[in-house]
Design a protein around this ligand. Structure first.
Ligand SMILES: [Zn+2]
Length: 229
């Protein structure tokens, strides 16, 4: 075993897992055939089973607004702002009393811009659906830029515009501060972190990193992709 692997093993022993932030996208009755789309989709039955399995093992489902200091907990998040988050995920999670967050790219709202990885389909949430979701304390709305670009490929000025404009637009629509953000494509750099700090986000979320271990950052969150086999 290499020195690095031994170091990691020792670290993991003294830093047990306290939480998992799940990154999800869509909940659908019928999953797509194309792998790039299919991996973004889970069925309600699969999600319900996974939640029940975790609960049976003693995990609690928590809101991103109040991540507990001690485990074990799961925080469910959805990226992009798909309409099925409202029509399928919400009723299920409401019934199971599971909090969740939805990170919205504001350019997609009302299908103004196309989610280009689903060409020709109108999959985005409407402004009214977003407002309805936001009235339920189970749901926390976060920002996910305007145009869903790779932030680390933009200038600082462009990054500021993408991040701040999505936050501002959501705040105007919903009438309260937006405190959470996730990076489109998981892409960011040091400027992104500085901008998000400057804008006062309580958490920002990666799309990788595995579970949260004791001592892990509660401001820059690791996430785990919840992928249905
Ligand atoms: Zn996204």
């Amino acid at each position: 075993m290499t020195f690095q692997r031994i170091k990691r093993k020792l670290h993991n022993l003294t830093h047990p897992v306290v939480g998992e932030v799940w990154m999800m996208h869509r909940v659908v009755e019928q999953r797509s055939v194309k792998p790039g789309q299919r991996d973004l989709e889970v069925t309600p039955a699969w999600l319900e089973q996974k939640i029940n399995d975790y609960r049976a093992k003693g995990w609690k489902f928590v809101s991103i607004d109040n991540l507990p200091k001690k485990g074990k907990w799961v925080c469910i998040t959805f990226d992009d702002g798909y309409r099925d988050n409202y029509t399928l995920a919400y009723p299920l999670l409401k019934q199971l009393d599971v909090p969740f967050a939805v990170y919205v790219s504001t350019g997609f709202l009302d299908n103004h811009n196309e989610m280009w990885w689903y060409p020709g389909q109108q999959l985005a949430m409407s402004t009214d659906e977003l407002k309805t979701l936001d009235t339920d304390s189970l749901c926390t709305i976060g920002a996910h830029t305007v145009n869903h670009l790779k932030l680390d490929s933009l200038s600082v000025e462009q990054q500021i515009a993408e991040i701040k404009n999505s936050k501002d637009e959501l705040e105007q629509l919903l009438g309260h501060p937006i405190r959470h953000f996730s990076f489109p494509h998981g892409a960011y750099n040091d400027d992104t972190i500085a901008i998000c700090q400057g804008l006062g986000f309580q958490t920002v979320a990666r799309s990788w990193g595995g579970p949260l271990r004791r001592g892990a950052s509660r401001r820059v969150l690791n996430r785990i992709e919840a992928i249905q086999p």
